[in-house]
Design a protein around this ligand. Sequence first.
Ligand SMILES: Nc1nc2c(c(=O)[nH]1)N[C@H]1C(S)=C(S)[C@@H](COP(=O)(O)O)O[C@H]1N2
Ligand SMILES: [Mo]
Length: 428
Amino acid sequence: MRDAHRLPTSPGFWRSPLRGPALTSALGLVLLVGITVLFLTGLVSYAAYNPDLSPVNDKTPDKGLLGFYLFPWPTNPSWLYRLNQGVHVTLGITLIPVLLAKLWSVVPKLFALPPARSVAHALERLSLLLLVGGVLFEFVTGMLNIQLDYVFPGSFYRLHFYGAWVFFAGFAVHVVLRLPVAVRNARRMLEERAGRRGPGGDVVREEPTDADGLVSPRPTEPTVSRRGALWFVGGGSLLLFLTTVGQNFDGVLRRTALLAPHGGAEPGSGPNGFQINKTAAHAGVSPRETSEEAWRLVVTGRTGTVRLSRAELLELPLHSAALPIACVEGWSTSDQWWRGVRLRDLAALVGHPDDPPDVLVESLQRRGAFRRAALRANQVADERSLLALFVNGEPLSPDHGHPARVIVPAAPGVLNTKWVARMTFGDL
Ligand SMILES: Nc1nc2c(c(=O)[nH]1)N[C@H]1C(S)=C(S)[C@@H](COP(=O)(O)O)O[C@H]1N2
Ligand SMILES: [Mo]
């Protein structure tokens, strides 16, 4: 008889007494809320790139209808992308223990035979495949990208984008099929806690129904209570949260972000001492090209092209703006004090005095995905959008984009092009 329990396809193989509808429903409801937030902040993050503005901003040019919701990214509030991406990445990392516990709680079902009892059952299992495969794929690609150890063939953006939609298809079917059961089970648990009394005055203990066969038919002795297990998962999440959330801030707090490596070099201290994404050396930008003698900013617009040295730029009206840098990888800085020439003033210089158009910004950098970016007219028009020459009272350091870089309120880090060489207004 023992042989009957040898294979994972046999319900008797799985013996933890913790498994059951109560644990699965509790974890499922946390994920329902959490993953919905991840999905929405992910969609918003994609919109923030303004991918429909220009092919240079678009990492998924074949998205077709999946871009149905895109909208021109606003410039207010200036911390918009910082908040969105901070939530997306920090929450994603925090949910890892919950996700693993949820998968563990239903793992017998993934092995259950026969594979399908009916057409409806087959469809449900297919949706589970999309759901479980999709969610693991999204967590793994996301984690690898922010750990800067991206190993998948193909662009992270493309895989993470399409993976999200595959996952969502399974998630939607799963929620429609499962939500009523999860809510019923959660309500039962609450009532049980409130100690509902029966006619004889006894506390009524109603176990949630186990229509799905999650409860082991031959459970072992428990080594931890269900509540203890939930505390364990929650503790794991809290630990991940506390060792991640600091990357959204500076100073001492950033140093608590033990699980968040950042690209670039150690930023050091002083006015330029904040997070660096890619160093000048990494981008192949040499001091020779950025020297006073060699560097010229080439600005093109309706009335032609002007070439400006750094000294000539310094003679234009200079303005200041306090703005953060917020990277898609989840780290961000608090506001830095930037100083430079307004993008709208540069537009005016080449024949767009009143309503500035879109602009294509190109860097000295010759290779790499982020060497150029397009900004939309609303971003150019904002008075805080600068071609910055200084930060926190000092000239930009080579790694932060010397001699000049773009800084735009509320935009993702990738749109803040460093080592700017050319700006082309209109006609993207
Ligand atoms: N030319 C160029 N500009 C760039 C990048 C780059 O790789 N090349 N990286 C972008 C990204 S992804 C971010 S998050 C910001 C980071 O700016 P910082 O390194 O000054 O903090 O720069 C942006 N500007
Ligand atoms: Mo970034």
